[in-house]
Design a protein around this ligand. Sequence first.
Ligand code: HEM
Length: 246
Amino acid sequence: MIMTPGLRKFALTAHVTCSVGFLGTVAGFLALAVAGLTSLEAPMVRAAYLAMELTARFVIVPLSFASLLTGLVQSLGTPWGLFRHYWVLAKLVLTVLTIVVLLLQMEGISYMAAVAAETTLTSADLLGLRNSLRTHAAGGLLVSLVLAALSIYKPRGMTPYGWRKQHEQPAMPGDARMPRWVKVSGIMALVVALLLVVVTFTGVGGRHGPGRHMPSGDAGNASAADAADPAIKMSRRERSAAGLRA
Ligand code: HEM
């Protein structure tokens, strides 16, 4: 169903507000992650990890879903469609992937906040997890910038489905030729996915996954609920600190 011009503007306002708000909050999260890693002042480090948890839980996650939802409305309520243009399809895939990675990171973010609340972190504590949060935040910001650029430039290129819908007849060979930017992006995405699979399953570069930076042993499977439990939290913290300083 195509929206009326007034409704379309209203929906677009909501979409741009949520999406660009998401981008800005991820940038703020990255600044906190860098401060948590580099600051030599204990209160600043503690404040950074506590603020990161609050920002992620109450702003970044809700905005990511709002951006996806309002994006779906923009696609389905305008002639753009959801599967007709490569740029819209690329936004959908990238946004869903970003949300999946974000949700997987929440466990580590909560764990860091729980540890920071209980104890004073030294610059060597939980370094793997802290580096990982910074790197994922930088990746999230980069993807959000790509999404914003895709939205503004709207690179040409219709999917075969889009062509069929537009002409209401099967696409002629060559009609729905895939644009070069889609081919290049697809190859790059395949290479990155392949590298991730190799890193994950061969163990090159250490274990990978949401729990990999948690303290070893059973703590490797720490859940957010565990991290929220002060008793478990402290014992993990102690084991971790002992391991890191040994
Ligand atoms: C963080 C993710 C996203 C960002 C930063 C973003 C950003 C934007 C921006 C800035 C615009 C306005 C462009 C303009 O009017 O020239 C826009 C429009 C649009 N977005 Fe997104 N978006 C995101 C996610 C999505 C998703 C997930 C979808 C689809 C599932 C989507 C579909 C659309 C469509 C179809 C329009 C055009 C609306 C129109 O012309 O009426 N967006 N987006």
